[in-house]
Design a protein around this ligand. Structure first.
Ligand SMILES: [Zn+2]
Length: 569
């Protein structure tokens, strides 16, 4: 939405309303250790609302992070400094994470947890994630995918019957609380892990999900924000990370480029970019709070996603299922609980569009409660209202058109582009993975042609494939070589590693020697061309700006290989 804005008057942050202070003070004096955390004091960010109108320029709004829009009222966050520079007539709102004294738990044992009506301390969260892995070693592995600005771990759990990934499985991913003060999804995802792991073998739906999918769960994407007041409490949590950056505006954007918010990629952002790059994800969702709605792509473009019908279908299914089990006024805003992202308000640098556009992974945004940080005893309600919907969405990852693509002569897996002509656009295509040649294409009920394209192979089209919603169809497809196109790329050909801080890109070819490598930016600019010998090469990209790049690699056998990598420091 191209929102226009009014009235530039001054607005300095002082304390919040005395009335509110009095209530909270009364609440706080009973709890030791909280009395220094009065709302408005020592809080690094300001939550405010104002009326949209003509007059406020877009560049001025670049310095704030819009949280939500209802009618002509805009809620937003800014650092105290940015807010004071803003000079708009705005009403400062109570700090959302300082409305209640959260029930914190520091000593948690999985087997005694039933209701999940508490918030864990940071250390308890770390221990709990490890406890899932040690309690269910055949079904759950836990790893750290990165470290936050302040050095906290960004923890990822993998749940599958095949943790070593010896067979092809579609990748599913849930992540929550990249806005640190939006805590419902954090606890819901911990509880979802418990539900999945403890019901494996006993519950048919859960067993099917764990058997068929490679499930990734990250309950807490912005630990510095959530524990901004210290590891002992989520009271005083912040939306931004420790550098004051809104992580959900910090991703490369299909329209606004690599750094749409003007900030360097944050360590948390890089962790998720590399995770997306290194895993084959088919579906994902990003959990937030502050309003109750399912928000589907695109956030940045008014044009619709190629799979708009499918998006409406799965979003409707999420909200309608929640309605069956929830209070009558739950998730009933917008189109009865769902909205296209852009129709609500446009955001740039969001994770949803990033995952859809750059990783061909279908991701939507779930806004789970109007209260950003509700009392812990309300968390079981949100579980009751949402867990069936969360499971249904995971189940969508087992539906759709699937297949294995192999070389007709050797039987080796082939990386192919799976294209639906006259349908796919804006990166909605999917690719088969080189490890197994497997692909997964979620799609709305209908009849489609499916074209497979791979370098060195004859194009093949499967015609008039009819599929229903919730159904899956599986194909084994053998592609024949087209000799005039050179030698195809097959399994185990070339590996590249993201350069990291050193700026050195390592390329290894396991079978054939490297001949030439070209590094190209996403908009097609040649960064460098390198003549190579041998099976291993290191390219120094120290002076090249951080960004996503494409690497075109020519091998001595004539094969051409294309790889994407992230240069981040
Ligand atoms: Zn949010």
């Amino acid at each position: 939405m191209d929102t226009k804005y009014r009235s530039i008057i001054g607005g300095k942050v002082t304390n919040n309303k005395p009335f509110f202070l009095a209530i909270l003070l009364a609440l706080l004096i009973t709890v030791q250790g909280f009395s220094q955390d009065l709302p408005g004091n020592n809080h690094p960010e300001v939550y405010f609302r104002f009326i949209s109108d003509e007059g406020i320029t877009k560049s001025r709004l670049k310095n704030i992070s819009i949280d939500k829009i209802r009618g002509d009222t805009i809620w937003a966050y800014a650092s105290v400094e940015r807010f004071n520079e803003l000079g708009i007539k705005a009403e400062v709102m109570p700090v959302p994470s300082k409305q209640i004294v959260p029930n914190m738990k520091s000593n948690i044992q999985l087997k005694y947890v039933k209701e999940w009506d508490f918030y864990p301390t940071y250390e308890a969260y770390e221990d709990l994630m490890q406890e899932f892995a040690t309690t269910y070693p055949d079904l759950c592995k836990v790893q750290t995918i990165g470290t936050s600005v302040e050095g906290r771990d960004i923890i990822m759990a993998q749940i599958s019957d095949d943790l070593e990934q010896t067979e092809p499985e579609a990748g599913f991913f849930y992540t929550s609380t990249m806005h640190g003060d939006e805590t419902v999804g954090y606890i819901l995802l911990l509880r979802l892990m418990d539900y999945l792991l403890s019901n494996y073998g006993a519950d048919e739906e859960v067993t099917k999900l764990i058997d068929e999918l490679d499930i990734w769960i990250n309950p807490l994407a912005n630990p510095d924000g959530t524990y901004a007041s210290g590891n002992h409490t989520v009271f005083g949590a912040t939306r931004f990370n420790a550098n004051g950056v809104d992580l959900n505006r910090n991703f490369p954007d299909p329209k606004d480029g690599q750094h749409p918010d003007g900030n360097e990629w944050q360590p948390e952002t890089i962790a998720f970019m590399e995770f997306g790059e290194n895993h084959h994800l088919t579906l994902s969702a990003n959990l937030h709070t502050g309003i109750e709605v399912v928000n589907y792509p695109w956030d940045i473009w008014s044009k619709r996603h190629a799979d708009n019908d499918w998006w409406i279908y799965v979003s409707r299914q999420y909200a309608d299922t929640a309605h069956l089990y929830s209070a009558s006024d739950y998730m009933d805003e917008f189109n009865n609980g769902i909205t296209n992202g852009y129709d609500w308000y446009s955001i740039s640098g969001g994770r949803q569009d990033y995952m859809n556009y750059y990783h061909h992974c279908r991701e939507f945004t779930l806004e789970l409660s109007n209260t950003k940080l509700p009392p812990a005893d309300e968390l079981p309600l949100y579980w009751e209202w949402n867990h069936r919907s969360l499971l249904n969405y995971m189940e969508q990852c087992t539906a759709g058109i699937k297949g294995i693509v192999t070389d007709s002569l050797t039987g080796q897996p082939v990386r192919a582009k799976i294209l639906i002509p006259d349908h796919d656009k804006d990166s909605s295509v999917v690719f088969s993975y080189l490890e197994f040649g497997a692909f997964y294409r979620p799609i709305y009920a209908g009849t489609y042609d499916i074209t497979l394209k791979a370098g060195g192979y004859k194009e093949q089209t499967l015609e008039d494939i009819t599929i229903e919603n919730q159904q899956n169809i599986h194909f084994n497809i053998q592609l024949s070589r087209a000799e005039d196109y050179g030698i195809p790329e097959t399994r185990g050909t070339v590996f590249i590693a993201n350069p990291g801080n050193s700026g050195r890109l390592n390329i290894t070819s396991s079978i054939h020697r490297l001949r030439e490598v070209k590094v190209i930016s996403l908009c097609g600019q040649l960064i460098g061309s390198y003549e190579l010998e041998g099976k291993h090469a290191t390219i120094n990209l120290k002076t090249v700006n951080s960004g996503m790049y494409i690497c075109n690699i020519h091998l001595a056998n004539g094969a051409k290989v294309c790889r994407k990598f992230i240069l981040a420091r």
